[in-house]
Ligand binder design. Structure first.
Ligand SMILES: [Zn+2]
Length: 258
């Protein structure tokens, strides 16, 4: 859509009236976009002739559409997002946390197969959702390679794409993901994806519940990323200087108005 590259959006659970979120923590809830906003955002893409595409499509023809991704494997992936995406002729990649399957609010194993049958793309989002940068090599293999194998057994298809819990990644993550046979890694680095972008560190933009339609329009055109990127640059410095838990506490404060 943007001349500078393809925007990849990152969604989480969709918030439905009268339905409890998977997690009531404010840090989680801020990433749960309401069904009303989600519908408006998808309709805007449709009306502006911008198809919602999955990660495989982004990699094969960058520049054509806006990539849609969903992290964690919530049940609303299947019961809410998928019907709407199908109605509009869109696709998306749903990254699943394998160890969450069957928990309240998350998909069951059977629902994962339903998602595949509906024509949507699935990817892996680890086994137990740790920050990968905190793990040793055995831990990384479990959360990246073993998780892939388990998701393949559950879904009956091969899994090519990975997204990092909490956006944390380093070169060890890339090495192990490559060895395991993944073809891409999605991060939370803010930016546009071009044909020159390393497919093992795809940029994504989180859509949070307070994003207005005007802001959404700007994000999809690739503008407004400068200030978001600036903020995320500040966060990266904070992350280097503090441990993950201290970083988490300041992160919610810093991101309050992003
Ligand atoms: Zn996640």
């Amino acid at each position: 859509m943007s001349a500078g590259g393809t925007v990849c959006l990152m969604y989480h659970e969709i918030q439905l009236p009268g339905r409890k979120l998977c997690d009531s923590d404010p840090g989680y809830a801020k990433y749960a976009v309401s069904i009303t906003s989600f519908r408006e955002q998808m309709q805007f893409l449709k009306d502006s002739g911008t198809p919602g595409i999955n990660i495989s499509q982004l990699l094969s023809s960058p520049g054509n559409g806006v990539a849609l991704t969903f992290d964690d494997g919530c049940e609303t992936d299947l019961i809410t997002a998928t019907p709407l995406l199908k109605e509009l002729g869109f696709s998306a990649t749903f990254y699943i946390t394998v160890g969450f399957l069957g928990n309240r609010g998350f998909m069951s194993k059977q629902q994962v197969r339903g998602l595949v049958q509906s024509g949507m793309e699935i990817g892996c989002h680890s086994l137990s959702h740790p920050y990968l940068t905190d793990l040793d090599e055995a831990g990384l293999r479990r959360e990246i390679a073993d998780a892939k194998k388990q998701l393949e057994d559950i879904s009956g298809i091969s899994i090519h794409h990975y997204s990092c819990p909490g956006g944390r990644w380093d070169e060890r993550v890339v090495d192990i993901a490559r060895q395991a046979g993944y073809e891409s890694i999605a991060t939370s680095e803010i930016g546009l994806n071009t044909s020159k972008t390393n497919r093992y560190s795809l940029a994504r933009i989180a859509v949070t519940e307070e994003v207005t339609l005007t802001q959404f329009r700007r994000l999809c055109s690739g503008s407004g990323l400068w200030s978001k990127g600036l903020k995320s640059g500040g966060l990266k410095i904070a992350k280097r200087m503090m441990g993950n838990s201290a970083y988490n506490r300041v992160r919610s404060v810093l991101l309050k108005d992003s």
